[in-house]
Ligand binder design. Structure first.
Ligand code: DGT
Length: 226
C-alpha cells in the first residue's frame, strides 16, 4: 500500500479533531521493537513519547523474578505472570500523555491475544485460569481507555528471532525453543492479519535496512503528524 493511501485510511479511522494518538509496536520476541522505538525517539522526540515494556518490573516484583519463574515452570507461574503483565500494561495505557503520540512497546492486547492464548492453546494454562484472565481483560477493554490507533507489526521469521535471542543472551530466555516462537508467530499473524489499522513491516533485515524502512513509512507511523 502506498503512503498516501495509508494516510487516507488512517484519517478515516481516527476522530475528526483527534489530537493525541496511541501507536503500539508489536511482533515476536526479538523482532526489534526496542530498537524501533529508540530510533523513533531519537528522531521525533518533539512529538512522541515512548513507553517501553515494563520487563524490569516483571523481573523484580518486590524481589521476585516473575519472568524467570514463568519460563522455569510455566504451568505453575503463568497465571501469576500474566496477571502482573496485564496490570503493568494497563498502567502504561492509562499513564497521562504529554505529547501528541504515545508509542508503546506491545500492549495489553498482545499479552492476551498472543501470549495468554498460546499458553491456553498448548495446554500450559488450564481453562479456569484462562477464563479468569479473559474476563478481566474483557472488563478492562470495556471500561478503560486501552484503544490503540495504529499498530506497527514487525513481522519476522521465527528462525531469525531465535538467532537474535541466542545472540543477546538474556538469562531467562535461553531455553526458548523454535516451536514456541513459531506458535507466537502464528498468533501474531492471526491477530494482526485481519485488522484495518495495522502497518506491517518486514523486520527480518538488519538495523540499517530497518531504519530505511522506517523512514519510508514515517508519515503513517506518526499518524500523519510529520
Ligand atoms: P524486541 O525489542 O522486539 O527484541 O522485544 P523483546 O524480546 O525485548 O520484548 P518482548 O515483548 O518480545 O518480550 C520480552 C520478554 O518477555 C520475552 O522473554 C517474552 C516475554 N513476554 C512479554 N510479554 C509476555 C506475555 O504477555 N506473556 C509471556 N508469557 N511472556 C511475555
Amino acid at each position: 500500500t502506498t503512503c498516501s493511501s495509508w494516510i487516507e485510511r488512517i484519517s478515516s479511522l481516527v476522530q475528526p479533531k483527534q489530537k493525541t494518538f496511541t501507536v503500539s509496536v508489536e511482533g515476536n520476541i526479538g523482532s526489534g521493537k526496542t530498537s524501533f522505538l529508540r530510533y523513533i525517539q531519537a528522531n521525533h522526540d518533539n512529538i512522541t513519547e515512548v513507553t517501553e515494556e515494563p520487563t524490569d518490573r516483571w523481573r523484580n516484583i518486590q524481589g521476585h523474578n516473575a519472568l524467570a519463574l514463568m519460563y522455569e515452570d510455566p504451568a505453575r507461574w503463568s497465571l501469576t505472570f500474566q496477571t502482573y503483565v496485564q496490570l503493568t500494561m494497563l498502567q502504561s495505557h492509562m499513564a497521562p500523555q504529554k505529547k501528541p503520540i504515545k508509542m508503546m512497546e506491545r500492549s495489553i492486547h498482545s499479552a492476551k491475544q498472543c501470549f495468554v492464548e498460546n499458553l491456553h492453546n498448548n495446554g500450559t494454562m488450564p481453562d479456569i485460569e484462562y477464563i479468569v484472565l479473559s474476563e478481566w481483560y474483557d472488563y478492562i477493554c470495556a471500561h478503560d481507555k486501552v484503544d490503540v490507533d495504529i499498530i506497527v507489526y514487525l513481522k519476522t521469521r521465527p528462525e531469525v528471532v531465535l538467532e537474535r535471542i541466542k545472540k543477546r543472551h538474556r538469562n531467562e530466555e535461553q531455553t526458548i525453543p523454535l516451536e514456541y516462537l513459531e506458535q507466537l508467530h502464528k498468533l501474531h499473524e492471526d491477530w494482526l492479519g485481519h485488522q484495518p489499522n495495522v502497518l506491517t513491516l518486514d523486520a527480518n533485515c538488519d538495523l540499517i535496512e530497518m531504519k530505511t524502512e522506517i523512514d519510508k513509512h514515517i508519515k503513517t507511523i506518526l499518524c500523519g503528524l510529520v
